[in-house]
Design a protein around this ligand. Sequence first.
Ligand code: SF4
Length: 342
Amino acid sequence: MGMRRLGKKMAIEDEVQAFRDALVGWFEREAVDYPWRRTSDPYAVLVSEVMLQQTRVAVVFGKGYYERFLQSFPDVHTLANADEAHFLRAWEGLGYYRRARQLQATARAVVELWNGEFPREEKDLRSLPGIGPYTAAALRSFAFDAASPLVDGNVQRVFARLYNDDRPVDQTEGIRVAWQRAGMLLDEKRPRSYNAGLMELGQKICRVGRPDCLLCPVSRWCTAVEPGMLPVKAKKTQITELEERAILAIDHHQRCLMAPESGGRKQGFWRLPFREEMDGGNQNDENLLWQGNYSITRYKVLLSIYDGAGQQAKDGECWIPLEELENFPISAPYRKALRQLL
Ligand code: SF4
């Protein structure tokens, strides 16, 4: 009773249907009641999808980012017209600011080209900035309950194990096969529950590392021999270690010296000013006020903050009143450090 039987024709359609029923039945019993599952508003679905692309559910949901963001920007028009500093402040803490800017570009295109109504067809969705194959499929499935195969990292992992397939999931062939399987197995009558179920199976049961096969609703069709070894990836992520040496300078007007972030991704955000001449990593340095690590993409950063009493502003740096810092867009690691320091 292996999953490979799902690939053979005929009698197999019953088997495929049994697989879908098992998955959807499990999902309907066990689904976590996330707020984005209670809506079919394509704008709200898009916000959740963009937030969840690289940030864990526990952060997006547990820390209330999704709901707060929708309170500030309840529809596509509000987001399209939002002022950048206000918008980035609402996104602060989620990281990946390019995604946030892309979300606003999508909202503007929906307003300008579609009169504020999201299109339903895949080709129209894909023509919007920032909407790739996954996001188009997610919008079609979760907002419109339209039959659209969907593949994300969770789905790739589930398929690689079900089919005991060691083709690298980050290479063209592995990606093509995953989409083909997604199309073949899709439950066209219940695409929303089926696709959400497949993703949730990957998140909760068929997890990265060691899957919980005893609890798996589709184990009957699974051919994985060593599921923990799958999926295979061709590229290994290299982590690079960096240091940032910054200062906390507060003047006698109770203003804090801040510097603009540079580079596209963090543009619009602020941080404490760098002073490379400060010694890094020396825990005994009496000027060292705070030290902590943070990770961003493939970098692990050691952030050290020194006492900057008497320091002057350099190019682009500004003195910001302490009481305004809370509403000022500040990069998440610096926000965390400032909260502890002040
Ligand atoms: S949880 Fe186990 S049985 Fe279920 S699909 Fe993943 S590897 Fe297969």
